[in-house]
Write a protein that binds this ligand. Sequence first.
Ligand SMILES: [Zn+2]
Length: 222
Amino acid sequence: MECCGKPIHAWEMFRVEKEWLPLDLRCFIVGENPGFDTSPYFYDENRAVSVRTILLQELYQRGNISSPSLPAFRAAGFLFDHGIRCYLPNGDVKAERRLARRYASPRCAAAKHLKPWIQRASTIWIMGYIARNAVTSVCSELPKDVGKISRAPYPRQIPEAPRFFVSRYVTRAPRKEVEMIFREFSSLLKSMPNYPRTADPQHRFLTGRAFYSQGVPSGHNK
Ligand SMILES: [Zn+2]
């Protein structure tokens, strides 16, 4: 499969491996594609990116990260990458997504870049069809399933491969579903043996003033 032809992709341009790779990779989140070469990139702190806004806010609200920011995301052990790193116009992403539903996207088949992070991460969140096809093409641990990921039993932790969590793309899900996705994901994270107890707001509440000094709104611990 040919690359998009750009000399470097956003992953390299934003020096993600050097600047944003956590010391202890607890959770690797796989998204779809970085869009066009002018689209705002997940690790571009100066521009708004909808998937990042949702992720940081929701993880923060559930106490999985200490603030809704990229440094806190990294500090808590999170890394984000795309199933397809090439820049693609919208129509091409849609075509890849259609093919990915039946594990037939040629660009997803070339997702070797995901391999080291899948090997190292204790939890992997696969968001959307492109991510699922890309991960499956480089990792046999995850069984194939041609069912719709926007319907039950998704979002879910995969019973045969419990370090994997599969959901639809959060930017395309209705608000209620986004909440449900993060609720499920957060409970998976908290069940992992290496979950840092200090990141849990309930724990901070129980251990004293640190919880309130973070400026968490009242009622948050209910
Ligand atoms: Zn490319």
